[in-house]
Ligand binder design. Structure first.
Ligand code: GLU
Length: 278
């Protein structure tokens, strides 16, 4: 009898252990310490743009994504993980970036994300790494010179889904209409085919588009401040601290400024020093 009790007790203990293990053996991605996992794998996974010249654009000749944010992500990765650290890039759009971060598909997103109070409720932001400002892109010679012209002419303003730009523009130009496309290539096609009179987003992005499309110019100055931050899951505070520290070091040792010069010093008309200013 005593033997049976002992057997039952040990059976229960094993069962208990199994239940306990299955409860904590597969912790949700959100609960993992991403920094620790990245140190182990020597890899950081970044959500980046592939549709924006100057920030992150896919070069189809060698299948590499290139831009300021790509280089900065690589530099931050090396700061955090050491010289052998590898940055892995996953393409995101304005619409997919937040859900992909929430799903744990990426560790952090550096993808022209403006730090807004609403977004700060959902994610943790790094310190600002680029001070963009919202502006307009129009066809050379257009009668639209600024956001107020668009309002007065009841024009249509183009943007992309997931960005805050069209909403912000309509708040200033309530008589205009908005049309949002999937990405910047499509928004540009819509501008060229006359579906709207202006494309709105951040000045740096628009200067990139004007380089690709010489018949189009950035106009009207900036009308909303768009400070960019690297977004991470709220609970990943060790990662956030490491990223912030890496940004401080890269500014101090001149690497940040070197990357700013590399990508922006040839862009006529763009006050990138202002954007890089802390
Ligand atoms: N920076 C703006 C935003 O975060 C617009 C640019 C974008 O499409 O990312 O909504």
């Amino acid at each position: 009898m005593r033997r049976t009790i002992r057997f039952l007790a040990s059976l229960l203990a094993v069962l208990g252990l199994t239940v306990g293990l299955s409860a904590c053996g597969n912790p949700s991605l959100a609960a993992q310490d991403v920094l620790q996992a990245d140190r182990k794998s020597q890899t950081m996974t970044w959500g980046v743009r592939a549709d924006i010249r100057l920030f992150g654009l896919l070069d189809t000749r060698d299948n590499q994504i290139k831009g300021f944010e790509i280089d900065l992500a690589k530099a931050i990765t090396k700061q955090i993980l050491g010289p052998k650290g590898r940055a892995k890039f996953v393409q995101v759009t304005s619409a997919t970036r937040m859900p992909m971060l929430e799903n744990g598909d990426v560790d952090a997103i550096m993808a022209t994300v403006t730090k807004t109070p609403e977004r700060a409720k959902m994610v943790a932001f790094s310190s600002t790494y680029f001070n963009a400002g919202q502006s307009l892109l129009v066809k050379k010679g257009s009668s639209i010179k600024n956001i107020h012209d668009l309002n007065a002419q009841h024009g249509t303003i183009l943007g992309v889904v997931g960005a805050n730009s069209v909403e912000k523009a309509l708040a200033i130009a309530p008589q205009a209409k908005g049309l949002q496309l999937t990405d910047y290539a499509q928004a540009m096609t819509a501008l060229k085919s006359g579906q709207g009179q202006a494309l709105t987003t951040d000045n740096g992005i628009l200067y990139g588009l004007s380089l690709q499309n010489p018949g189009y110019v950035v106009t009207g100055g900036t009308f909303v401040a768009e400070p960019y931050g690297i977004a991470m899951a709220k609970q990943q505070q060790p990662l956030k601290r490491a990223v912030d520290q890496a940004l401080v070091t890269l500014r101090q040792d001149g690497e940040y400024q070197r990357l700013i010069n590399k990508w922006f010093h040839n862009v006529k008309g763009f006050d990138y020093e202002e954007a890089a200013h802390q």
